[in-house]
Design a protein. Structure first.
Length: 147
């Protein structure tokens, strides 16, 4: 399969640098894998990501999902010409997680000229589905790009 990334040499180091000083860094998200048409990242289930019952907070799952899908969309277009911004996100919380890490995998369902739709599956360390999310991303012209 031909990679979908605008920069075919896209690396985990580049993705990590992109997230410095962001919510993803604060929540402990770590990029783990780049495939030809998917990205993977993991996030700890700890004091930063749990709700009062000791379970993974649904908002933390959505943050992981939106990070994965938004970055995937952004990395698949020319950054000098386009920006990728979240338009709509939904999530179904299937089962809880209390400890360890959850890992999200984002794959595009649709990559059009003005919108993209990404499917994000978040699983626990046993490979059980914790959250299923879908993100719609708007592809906008980068008005700050040099002509």
């Amino acid at each position: 399969m031909e990679p979908i990334w605008f920069d075919p040499s896209l690396s985990l180091e580049q993705l990590t640098a992109l997230g410095k000083g962001t919510l993803g860094e604060h929540l402990g998200m770590e990029w783990t894998e780049i495939g030809p048409d998917y990205l993977k990242a993991r996030m700890p289930v700890d004091h930063r990501t749990k709700q009062p019952y000791g379970l993974l907070h649904g908002g933390a799952s959505v943050s992981l999902a939106e990070t994965l899908g938004s970055v995937g969309a952004a990395m698949s277009v020319d950054p000098n010409k386009f920006l990728a911004v979240g338009l709509e996100v939904n999530a179904n919380h299937i089962r809880s997680a209390r400890s360890g890490y959850v890992t999200g995998t984002a794959r595009p369902v649709h990559r059009g000229a003005t919108t993209q739709v990404w499917d994000i599956r978040i699983e626990d360390e046993k490979g059980k589905l914790v959250c299923l999310s879908r993100l719609t991303v708007a592809i906008l012209k980068n008005k700050q790009a040099t002509p």
